[in-house]
Design a protein around this ligand. Structure first.
Ligand SMILES: *Cc1c(COP(=O)(O)O)cnc(C)c1O
Length: 378
């Protein structure tokens, strides 16, 4: 059916941009070397500091997608030839390994079956075998498989060592009540087009005091040291993504108005509800321990994942497929930026898609199970 409003996005980045943010994005550009920008930038930094619940403002924003901040982590905290362990349990774990190799770190790949979460005890053992390991690179939420990695447990291991724990939290920041300082993380990276509900193009990099002592000067555009100096004064080394910064101030306010504890609780509600809904259809989630930011689903054997996606897109609902070796094997529905009731849309489309593709179900089965789980909270 032709749509009046156009397609809805339920992809793990980009996600739909809320009205409050769009109103800011629609404004005239301001020049960045002005008191007006400086004030807005410092306010944004203050809000981000609240979000990560830290006393120090050891963080910078870059005009780049999330991968830029990943690359910056590798360049600013590690030297050529230094050994790191990359947890590779999906497409984004592979990216850590590739980045490390590209910048000539000695990368020890710790392979985890896709969909499984890394066992912190395995990392403890591995770290004993590699006492010269300078860093562990991991995803908190591996968006390609939908798996959650327990970075808090890993931090308890790295805390006692010289090893830095570098966390790709690109689909975790803005979802979890993430407390990097309290948990003992060392580097945390984020991206705008995920749970911050902004267009792509802004990334964030937070780091600990322990990581600060290891700052290197290998990067030019992505120099954390240069940026930190400028950004603490309300400026940036290069032309910032002005509109995205102004919009970031708005989205951070939105998250903080709810409070991150509440934000996380709502995502948990959605995630659990979707788990129940899939169960009602006789389907299961792909990951063993699902991240709260998205739900990755194994389709029924007789129904190809990409056919489901196509059918749903025909109804105006865009979800994501599998990446890398999961291409065509799973489909992924993002929760980021969604209110609990929003998820009724992709679930309804999923039911109809499955039915059209020959999977027997009763209408409303999944939606009913979902609503049963969330309705008391709406
Ligand atoms: C989206 C994503 C990235 C990559 O971010 P880009 O903004 O596409 O560069 C990295 N890691 C995870 C876990 C992601 O979900």
């Amino acid at each position: 059916m032709k749509l009046i409003k156009g397609e809805r996005l339920f992809t793990p980045g980009p996600v739909e941009v809320p009205d409050r943010v769009r109103r800011v994005l629609g404004g005239q550009i301001i020049h960045h070397r002005t008191p007006e920008f400086r004030e807005a930038f410092l306010e944004t930094r203050e809000l981000f500091k609240q979000l990560v619940d830290c006393k120090e403002d050891n963080f910078v924003f870059f005009a780049s997608s999330g991968t830029g901040a990943m690359e910056a982590s590798v360049l600013n905290f590690f030297e050529e030839g230094e050994k790191v362990i990359a947890v590779v349990g999906g497409k984004f774990g592979e990216r850590w390994a590739e980045l490390g190799n590209r910048w000539k770190l000695k990368v020890v790949e710790h392979r985890v079956e896709w969909g499984k979460s890394v066992d912190p005890d395995d990392l403890r053992k591995l770290l004993r075998e590699h006492p010269d390991c300078r860093g562990i690179l991991v995803q908190m939420s591996e968006s390609s498989t939908g798996a959650y990695h327990d970075v808090r447990a890993i931090a308890r291991i790295t805390a006692e060592t010289d090893t830095l724990l570098v966390v790709d939290a690109i689909t975790a920041l803005g979802v979890y009540n993430l407390k990097p300082h309290e948990w003992g993380l060392d580097v945390v990276v984020g991206g705008s087009q995920k749970a911050f509900m902004l267009p792509p193009g802004l990334s964030m990099l937070w780091f600990s005091e322990k990581a600060k002592e290891r700052l290197r000067d290998r990067a030019y555009y992505f120099s954390v040291r240069e940026e930190l100096k400028k950004q603490r004064e309300g400026q940036t080394a290069w032309t910032p993504a002005v509109s995205l910064i102004l919009a970031f101030r708005e989205s951070l306010s939105m998250l903080l108005e709810l409070g991150m504890e509440e934000v996380e609780r709502r995502y948990k509600l959605i995630s659990d509800g979707l788990g129940k809904a899939l169960g009602a259809l006789g389907l299961r989630r792909f990951p063993e321990n699902p991240s709260l930011s998205l739900t990755a689903v194994m389709p029924p054997e007789s129904v190809p994942a990409d056919a489901i996606r196509r059918e749903m897109l025909g109804m105006g609902v865009r979800i994501a497929g599998g990446q890398g070796k999961l291409k065509g094997k799973i489909f992924r529905i993002s929760h980021m930026g969604a209110d609990p009731l929003d998820m009724v849309v992709p679930l309804s489309a999923l039911e109809i898609a499955l039915e059209r593709l020959g999977w027997r179900l009763k209408h409303g089965e999944a939606v009913g199970a979902y609503l049963k789980n969330v309705s008391a909270e709406l």
